[in-house]
Design a protein around this ligand. Structure first.
Ligand SMILES: [Zn+2]
Length: 377
């Protein structure tokens, strides 16, 4: 019994060292064996053995040498960033976005096409083709693909396999196996706002907790605690789109009245501009009276929701989604309006605009694969 325990401890330690060494190389971009040994406080033989293994497996490579003074030059080691990759696919009513990231979470592929969502075989085939195209274009081996994260405007079961609320696209019950039937890699599904929030918190080094508000064709939210998405009891946390901000107000697609969704989805703004949000913000910029009024009302409702979230969590709030992409200039107005509602604070400096823009959703679908790999290497 004791021996068993001892050997598993030994294995854990071995794994931990390997993990530390690999992630140190990744963070450092290039580093020598003596530097690894010094910085991680590990013996030279331990470092050497791990470097040999990682080289053999193709996860790192020798990247020249360090130093120009006498004596033997130390070899530099770097991570073979494309030795593993992850694909992210974002599905909306009219578009498919495919991205790929490497082990350093760098975007190495991106493609967006117009394609209407459907549950027909031809659509699933298209997803398979787009994935194969992405893999072919970055010249990697098929076994380098860790998996495909598909983000959708729906609520997903905790195992990432089934849509359990899919009213927006009418796809309740759809499974990852079905949607990924032509994708030759493991597939998972993610809620779009959770994925965008996860991408955002992963890229925000100064933040561990935040609430992400996704203002796209639909309104969503994500509770981020300690760099993870807090899911709640039924995987429905952060669904602020259906928070009542106007009792008895506008009808929401969910069947209720006065939901935040009904006041702040991007379509409210883009509706009168051929559905193009860019045109809306151009007109707003030019002082168009109708757009200005719409925007005032939009900010009014957004400020209510923002203040409610602040009261609830007392954390940073990130404005994201399609509207978030255009928001920088208008942040002071929203801050002012949110501060006016606040019981405790004079300003609303807890508000910020998303740093990850349009690829956020697909990125949030791919990142968990890379993070999972980095944790377990
Ligand atoms: Zn609703």
């Amino acid at each position: 019994m004791r021996r068993e325990k001892g050997s598993s401890l030994h294995l854990d330690l071995k794994k931990e060292n390997r993990n530390k060494i690999f992630n140190k190389i990744r963070e450092a971009v290039e580093i020598s064996a003596p530097a690894l040994s010094y910085e991680l406080q590990l013996s030279r033989p331990t470092v050497k053995q791990n470097l040999d293994e990682l080289l053999e497996e193709g996860y790192i490579y020798e990247n020249g040498t360090f130093g120009h003074t006498g004596g033997r030059r130390a070899k530099a080691y770097s991570v073979a960033a494309k030795s593993k990759v992850a694909v992210g696919i974002d599905l909306t009513r009219h578009h498919i976005t495919v991205i790929m990231i490497d082990l350093c979470a760098e975007l190495i592929y991106e493609k967006r096409i117009r394609a209407d969502f459907s549950q027909e075989d031809s659509y699933y085939k298209k997803l398979g083709e787009l994935t194969e195209e992405a893999v072919a274009s970055v010249q990697i081996k098929e076994e380098a693909v860790l998996g495909v994260g598909i983000t959708v405007p729906g609520l997903i079961t905790e195992d990432h396999q089934t849509v359990f609320f899919g009213k927006i696209l009418g796809f309740t019950g759809l499974t990852a196996a079905e949607i990924g039937k032509y994708i030759p890699y493991p597939c998972r599904m993610y809620n779009d706002a959770d994925a965008a929030g996860y991408a955002e918190i992963s890229k925000s080094e100064d933040l561990t907790d935040a609430f992400y508000i996704s203002l796209s064709n639909n309104v969503g939210g994500s509770v981020l605690i300690d760099h993870k998405v807090y899911k709640g009891e039924g995987a429905r946390s952060g669904e602020i789109g259906h928070m009542t901000i106007q009792p008895g107000g506008r009808a929401c697609y969910c069947g209720q009245k006065g939901c935040f969704e009904a006041y702040c989805n991007a379509g409210i703004l883009a509706g009168g501009c051929d559905g193009d949000l860019r045109i809306f913000f151009e007109r707003l910029e030019q002082g168009d009276a109708r757009c200005s009024q719409l925007w005032e009302e939009y900010l009014h409702h957004l400020a209510i929701a923002v203040n409610n979230v602040r009261m609830l969590f007392d954390c940073k709030i990130i404005i994201g989604g399609y509207v978030g992409e255009h928001f920088e200039k208008y942040l002071p107005s929203l801050k002012r309006m949110a501060a006016e509602r606040n019981t405790f604070e004079e300003d609303a400096d807890y508000l910020r605009v998303c740093a990850v823009k349009k690829e956020a959703l697909a990125l949030g679908g791919a990142l968990p694969y890379v993070h999972g790999f980095l944790k377990n290497i």
